[in-house]
Structure formats: structure tokens, C-alpha cells
Design a protein around this ligand. Structure first.
Ligand SMILES: Cc1cc2nc3c(=O)[nH]c(=O)nc-3n(C[C@H](O)[C@H](O)[C@H](O)COP(=O)(O)OP(=O)(O)OC[C@H]3O[C@@H](n4cnc5c(N)ncnc54)[C@H](O)[C@@H]3O)c2cc1C
Length: 507
């Protein structure tokens, strides 16, 4: 029993994909093919595991690259200087992710989270430099202790008493009953926090930065992350997170039907174009791409963000139940922006006490300085924002975004260290990016039932609605915004597709 797995998820996916026989012992009696819509982590992991059991995955991808929200932008002036525009920090307790990192020999290094590295906290125009919890300014220490006490009471202390799967299920159900319909903000209020404490915690937060942008989300979303210990000890992937997608695409492996091959070879080195429609024809799933070409498959795995499905793909009404369609339409996607620069030198490398992280209530919110071993250049994420904080960047050009951040950081850091060093810039607002329309899904109070419905679709749990098209991706998991959820649901959808192919072969 993995105490730190997503609590609604009892399957050990790392163990499942490590089995000698892969996802199944049998191979379909016909040359089975599955359409994979979206070449992000969920789609590619599904494809990687399908080839092992002798099923051909055919990849469709709307953008010009694979990886999706694993997006490691290499600055043209120095390709070893990387800006992680999507996922950038990964917890060691994410077991499925760690299985693949190990399999593909991908190394990690410490992520410069607040208080893991010397950190500037800048709130109400006051600057504090802290290396650890003990150095936090007194009001923030008080709030930090309050938060620790709250999560201790709800999660940490109770976790110690969990001995088996049943008590784990009961423990989590208690949290669902109590918190699924309560906002993060209300949970703090109910715990006796006053406005000043809530505002301070909202501005600066702990672990990953300020939380006020997500105060109106379901508190259960936050508790789940605490339960999984995903905010602790986070790592970045050396050489870029996108390498995981590249390895899933390129790595050759032994397969029953194809001998030795890779997802890439089976797709003749290139993915097909954007999908425009998915319809059923008797027992087959018909997928039409942007060129108008239609192909027929035994099953399909659909991994795109829900707004991209709604805006871009005509789905045959017979494919998903009305409940699933409503859950897709109602899903809330977080807005998120990042502003990066490459500097001539990583000037902070020379100074051991240089603050590598700055958290503020000003427009930049979270700033991170990166140390890459194989690059002279420096990379700084000047600003990482969510929701309303992200929206502030939408109406301005990338150059203006950088200027606004640099002006703010002059105040936050206390001197103009960065401007003269800037060589290149890159920015992203996920809500404006075609094929995504948002960064990741997190639930509002009242949306827990939708999460259950989507998770059941991913598991083909309702036989009456098993039409051979399976949703996957972090939006379908109980942990939107985390790669672990994308990988788990990708593998789960592959399991469903395998069963479907076996059944069709028997039919
Ligand atoms: C800003 C940000 C920060 C994040 N931070 C972290 C983090 O620190 N740690 C962590 O673990 N996770 C993080 N995540 C989440 C992580 O990136 C995702 O969980 C994961 O990459 C999602 O993979 P996916 O395959 O589910 O979806 P995606 O990566 O979105 O893949 C879906 C693919 O579908 C394609 N597509 C869309 N429409 C079509 C169509 N019509 N036809 C064909 N293809 C289509 C898209 O182009 C895309 O490539 C972050 C995400 C964002 C955006």
C-alpha cells in the first residue's frame, strides 16, 4: 500500500508496467490499432505500453511538437539553457513518474523552492531574507505554524494510524465528506484564521508560493497534495522535463508482435495531424484529422485538455454518457503565465548565499533562479503566476511583461542585477495557447462528483457506456496539474484499450 499515492487511486501503476508480460499476457488475435489523440505524457505513455503487448498506437498531435505541457523551451542562443514553460517541479513520492525517470536514466536536481534555498519574501513593501523556517518574520512564522497544525490534524497524524487499504479508504472518504464542497478560503476561516493571517498566507504561502489565487478552489484539492507529500522536496529534471516525452517516443523496446520497435518507428517518424472528429461505426472508432483523412481503429485514447476537446473536436454523441459530457463542459481550468529570461551568465553561481527564490504579493508572485551544470548562461523564471495574477499579463506584449517583471524585481531584490544581463526572453500564458485554453484542471467546490465520473470513464467502469474511446490526462485524474495523474490515467486508458482489442478479436 502506497500511503502517498493519489488517495482515490488504489492501483500501483509502477508495479503494473514493471510486470514481465506488460499490461496483459495475451495479444489480440488481429493486428489491433489504437488512435492516441494528443502526444503529451498521457498519450505517449499509453502508446509506449501498448506496443509492448503488440498493439499499434497511431499518434495524432495538433501542435508542431510532442510533449504537450511538458514543454522545455531551449533558448536559441544557448540550447543548454532551458525554460520549463509547463511542468517544472516533481515530487519524489510520485511513484509512476519515478518508475519512468529511472527506466530512462533521467537525473533530477533540487528545485529552488521557498526556504529550500535562500529566499526573499517581499510583502507590503517589506523585504525579508530567510534560509529556513526559523528565519521567517514573526507573523509568517505564526501563520506557518497554524498551517502545519491544521494539516497535521487533518492528514499527517491520521496517516500514521493507517494500516491497510480499508482504513486508508475510510480516512480519505472522511476528508471528501468534509471538504469537497468547501473552498480553501472557508477551510482557513473555519479553522479560526483572521483576515490578516489569511492575507499573509495568501500572499506568501509556503512550499510552492502564495495561495490566494486559488483560495476559491475546493480545499480537497489542496489536502490531496499534502496527503501525497507532493509539495515537499521537489526536483527538476536535468536536461528538461520534455525529455520524458522524447524517451517515450524514441525508446525501442521488445514487443510481442513487432519484435523490437519504438512508438516513433511505428509512426514512421511523424505524428498525424490535429483530430477534428471522432465517430463510431459499428464496433470501430473513426478518427478524422485536419486534412479530412479518416482512419478506423479498435479503440481511441483522448488526452487533450477539455476546452480543446470542446472547441476543436466533433464527438459522436454516442461515445460519452451525458454525465461525462457535462463533466467535460463544467471543468475549471486554471490560468497560468510564466515569464523567463536567459542571462549572459548565471551570476548567482558565484555567490553561495544569493537568494534563488523570491515570493511576493507584487505582480511577479514567484521568481526562481536556475543553476544548470552544462551551461554558462543563467535562466530566471521572473514570474510564475496562476488565475487572477496570470490574467494581469494577458494584455501586454512579451517585452512589456519582461519590463514589468524587471521593474518589480528591482524593488523585490533591492537592486537592478538582472536587466543588463538579459540576452533572450520567452513567455507563455497557457489560457491563450492554442490546443490547451488553460494550464490545468482543478475543481471548485461541488465538482467532486464530476471527478468521480471522469475517473470512472478512464477505467471503463460503466459497461453500458464502454464505446472504445477512453479519456486520459491529468484532467481526468484526481490530481489535475500533476504529471503523475497524466501518467496513471494514460496507463489506465491503455489497459482499457487492450481489453477492448482482445474482446473485438474474440467477437
Ligand atoms: C504551467 C504549468 C505548470 C505545471 N507544473 C507542474 C509541476 O510542477 N509538476 C507536475 O507534476 N506537473 C505540472 N504540470 C502539469 C503537467 O504538465 C501535466 O499534468 C502533464 O504534462 C499533462 O499531460 P497530458 O498528456 O495529460 O496533457 P497534455 O500535455 O496537455 O497533452 C495533450 C496534447 O493534446 C494535443 N491536442 C490538443 N487538441 C488536439 C487535437 N484536436 N488533436 C490532436 N492533438 C491535440 C495538445 O497539443 C497536447 O500536446 C504543470 C502544467 C502547467 C501548464
Amino acid at each position: 500500500m502506497d500511503l502517498y499515492n493519489i488517495p482515490e487511486q488504489s492501483i500501483d501503476y509502477a508495479a503494473l508496467v514493471s510486470r514481465k508480460e506488460g499490461l496483459t499476457e495475451r495479444t489480440p488475435g488481429h493486428p489491433a490499432r489504437v488512435a492516441i489523440v494528443g502526444a503529451g505524457a498521457a498519450g505517449l505513455v499509453a502508446a509506449f505500453e501498448l506496443i509492448r503487448v503488440g498493439i499499434q498506437p497511431v499518434i495524432y498531435e495538433a501542435s508542431g511538437r510532442i510533449g504537450g505541457r511538458l514543454y522545455s523551451y531551449r533558448f536559441p542562443g544557448d540550447s543548454n539553457a532551458i525554460a520549463e514553460l509547463g511542468a517544472m517541479r516533481f515530487p519524489p513520492t510520485a511513484a509512476t513518474l519515478n518508475h519512468y525517470l529511472k527506466k530512462f536514466d533521467l537525473d533530477t536536481q533540487t528545485f529552488p523552492d521557498p526556504l529550500v534555498v535562500p529566499t526573499i519574501l517581499y510583502v507590503n513593501s517589506e523585504r525579508y531574507i530567510c534560509r529556513n523556517e526559523a528565519e521567517l518574520p514573526r507573523p509568517l512564522q505564526r501563520v506557518s505554524k497554524k498551517w502545519a497544525k491544521l494539516v497535521d490534524q487533518i492528514i499527517i497524524e491520521k496517516q500514521k494510524k493507517i494500516l491497510d487499504k480499508e482504513s486508508l479508504r475510510d480516512f480519505w472518504q472522511e476528508q471528501v465528506d468534509r471538504y469537497a464542497d468547501v473552498t480553501f478560503y472557508q477551510a482557513l476561516r473555519d479553522d479560526g484564521w483572521n483576515s490578516e493571517e489569511i492575507n499573509l498566507f495568501g500572499s506568501l504561502g509556503l512550499g510552492t508560493g502564495g495561495f490566494d489565487s486559488i483560495y476559491n478552489l475546493s480545499f480537497l484539492e489542496i489536502l490531496r497534495i499534502v496527503n501525497c507529500r507532493w509539495e515537499r522536496n521537489q526536483k527538476l529534471i536535468k536536461g528538461g522535463a520534455e525529455q520524458l516525452a522524447a524517451r517515450l517516443w524514441n525508446t525501442r523496446r521488445e514487443c510481442r508482435r513487432f519484435k523490437i520497435t519504438s512508438v516513433r518507428e511505428l509512426n514512421q517518424d511523424r505524428w498525424r495531424q490535429e483530430v477534428r472528429s471522432i465517430v463510431l461505426d459499428q464496433n470501430r472508432v473513426c478518427v478524422t484529422d485536419r486534412s479530412g483523412y479518416t482512419d478506423r481503429f479498435d479503440a481511441a485514447i483522448l488526452t487533450c485538455a477539455f476546452p480543446a476537446i470542446e472547441a476543436g473536436i466533433d464527438i459522436d454523441p454516442g461515445i460519452f454518457s451525458p454525465d461525462v459530457m457535462q463533466a467535460i463542459r463544467r471543468a475549471h481550468y486554471i490560468r497560468s503565465s510564466k515569464v523567463f529570461v536567459r542571462t549572459r551568465k548565471a551570476f548567482w553561481k558565484q555567490e553561495p548565499h544569493f537568494p534563488l527564490c523570491a515570493i511576493t504579493d507584487e505582480i511577479t508572485r514567484g521568481t526562481y533562479f536556475f543553476n544548470f551544470e552544462d551551461s554558462e548562461s543563467g535562466v530566471i523564471c521572473l514570474s510564475y503566476t496562476w488565475e487572477d495574477s496570470s490574467q494581469k499579463f494577458l494584455a501586454v506584449s512579451p517585452e512589456q511583461q519582461v519590463n514589468i517583471c524587471l521593474k518589480t524585481l528591482d524593488r523585490v531584490i533591492g537592486s537592478d542585477l538582472i536587466r543588463s544581463q538579459v540576452e533572450e526572453i520567452v513567455t507563455i500564458s497557457w489560457e491563450q495557447t492554442p490546443h490547451y485554453h488553460g494550464a490545468f484542471r482543478l475543481a471548485y467546490p461541488g465538482q467532486y462528483r464530476d471527478q468521480v465520473i471522469l475517473s470512472r470513464q478512464n477505467q471503463a467502469a460503466d459497461p453500458a457506456w464502454n464505446r472504445g474511446v477512453y479519456l486520459a490526462g491529468d484532467s481526468v485524474s484526481f490530481c489535475g496539474g500533476w504529471l503523475e495523474g497524466a501518467l496513471q490515467t494514460g496507463i489506465q486508458a491503455a489497459v482499457c484499450a487492450v481489453h477492448r482489442c482482445l474482446n473485438l478479436a474474440g467477437a
